[in-house]
Design a protein around this ligand. Structure first.
Ligand code: GLN
Length: 475
């Protein structure tokens, strides 16, 4: 059974008080302050909530699915009354006027949200180093990054500071840090989870999802956060399965899994390749059949992703003008106020992307870059549709390397961007994808294996991921 579900049951049975558990976890967060996983804690609010939940338990009132559990959210999800910065100076002084839809849903199920986690500024990055708070640190090696952009959420889960954490994934930001830290990270299909109250980065790619210690834990979190929301027109009315229940059902058949040839070529660390080969051998012994899949457009995925993401970002970030949100620079006139606010408020990576995004949307270059990228996106989507006509799921590495060293890629944006090479396509096609721990390198760094499924096939994806987890535990 899932660790989270059994904790929840122990809580219902009266095995511990939430107030006590909260103070233990807050102490653990302090003891792990070197990880820099949290940017903000809510000690008073969460203490009041813990007391209230404990009281309701004592009174025999019904409790939500997450009662007893400790949760964190990324610093790009609005929590009413608390600051929200997206790890950027430009949001200095801003306070959330409302809860994000996912926060409402977590609270409605009695999750105890203890704070917000470190991230790359506006979710732009792969290492949680582009942040005004200083980098998040990998719990397995203090010299290495936690991954990004949801690095704080992944580090918090991996270090046991919380049971579950939410991140956001535009091109890999849940799965890549989960892989680097040895946690499970799920990017739901586009539209599965309401984005209401998520600070937008690239709206056609962004999706909120959970990071947890096991597949069953993220299945539980998904059940809570998924579903239609009239405040986000892209949040689908497609039915939400009882994902944890699906995991205890015997799957109808063992899945057919595709291995995309292009994901196992140059640039992949041989140790990761070997770990995945070994996993596939063991899965074969469980009756899984594998098929090699050709996805020749994979070579264009990174370029396509970074054109679309920066274009959408340049438009979304236009709202931070010194008038409507947060930080405002002193200046004699309006135009200089805009210029100085944005020059002082945004970090270098964000500025670089706004400039690139504005360029690819400008009238002379729109057709050559932005429109072309949209066309390539459509072709990639069709290529995946064909693949999913042959196989149920695709299995790939999550990342080409294990966690890299702090600073290692900061001056080389292309190298940084390439760490998303295996994750961005799931966002481009709107599919669902998950990273599951798959052993460690000889240096002891976690390795992640990724499963990708077609849009809205989370139940199949989670069953496949649980099979991987069981298979690895059996050896
Ligand atoms: N690293 C990718 C980027 O910088 C993905 C980020 C994300 O998923 N938010 O755009």
């Amino acid at each position: 059974m899932s660790e989270a579900i059994s904790l929840h049951r122990q809580y219902l049975a009266g095995d511990f008080s939430l107030v006590d558990r909260l103070s233990q976890h807050l102490t653990a967060v302090q003891a792990h302050s070197h990880l820099n996983a949290f940017v903000r804690l809510f000690p008073e609010t969460s203490r009041e909530q813990a007391e209230q939940i404990d009281r309701r338990r004592a009174d025999g009132q019904p409790l939500g699915l997450l009662a007893g559990l400790i949760v964190a959210i990324k610093d790009n999800l609005n929590y009413k009354g608390q600051p929200l910065t997206c790890a950027s100076k430009i949001l200095e002084g801003y306070r959330a006027p409302y809860h994000a839809a996912v926060v409402e849903r977590l609270l409605a199920e009695d999750a105890l949200i203890i704070g917000q986690t470190n991230m790359d500024e506006f979710a732009m990055g792969s290492s949680t180093e582009n942040t005004i708070y200083g980098p998040a640190i990998n719990p397995h090696d203090a010299q290495r990054v936690a991954g990004g952009s949801s690095g704080g959420s992944a580090a918090a889960v991996a270090a046991g500071l919380v049971d579950l954490a939410l991140g956001s994934d535009t091109g890999g930001s849940i799965r890549q840090p989960a892989a680097f830290c040895g946690a499970v990270g799920l990017k739901p299909s586009y539209g599965r989870v309401s984005r209401y109250g998520l600070a937008a980065y690239a709206s056609s790619l962004d999706q909120i999802g959970p990071i947890g210690k096991s597949v069953a834990d993220v299945a539980l979190a998904l059940k809570v956060i998924a579903g239609a929301d009239r405040r986000d027109a892209t949040a689908t009315a497609q039915p939400v399965d009882d994902y944890p229940a699906k995991l205890s059902e015997q799957p109808g058949k063992t899945p057919t899994i595709g291995l995309p040839r292009q994901f196992f070529q140059d640039g992949l660390d041989p140790q990761i390749n070997a770990a995945i080969e070994q996993l596939c051998d063991r899965l074969k012994q469980q009756g899984v059949s594998f098929r090699e899949i050709d996805l020749p457009l994979s070579d264009y995925a990174i370029a396509c992703y970074y054109l679309i993401a920066v274009a959408e970002a340049s438009s979304n970030l236009a709202r931070y003008d010194g008038v409507r949100y947060g930080y405002r620079a002193e200046a004699g006139d309006l135009e200089n106020m805009y210029i100085r606010t944005r020059s002082e408020g945004f970090g270098d990576e964000v500025k670089q992307r706004i400039i690139l995004g504005t360029y690819v949307l400008s009238s002379g270059y729109y057709d050559a870059y932005y429109r072309k990228a949209q066309q390539v996106r459509r072709l990639i989507k069709e290529e995946y549709q064909q693949a999913f006509a042959e196989v149920d799921l695709l299995l790939t590495p999550t990342t080409p390397t294990a966690a890299f060293r702090l600073q290692e890629k900061l001056d080389d944006p292309l190298q940084m961007y390439l760490s998303d090479i295996y994750t961005v396509t799931a966002n481009l096609i709107g599919g669902c994808a998950i990273s599951v721990p798959c052993g460690t390198t000889k240096e002891g760094l976690p390795i992640g294996v990724q499963l990708i499924g077609p849009p809205f096939r989370e139940s199949d994806l989670l069953q496949g991921a649980a099979l991987i987890e069981r298979t690895l535990h059996a050896f």
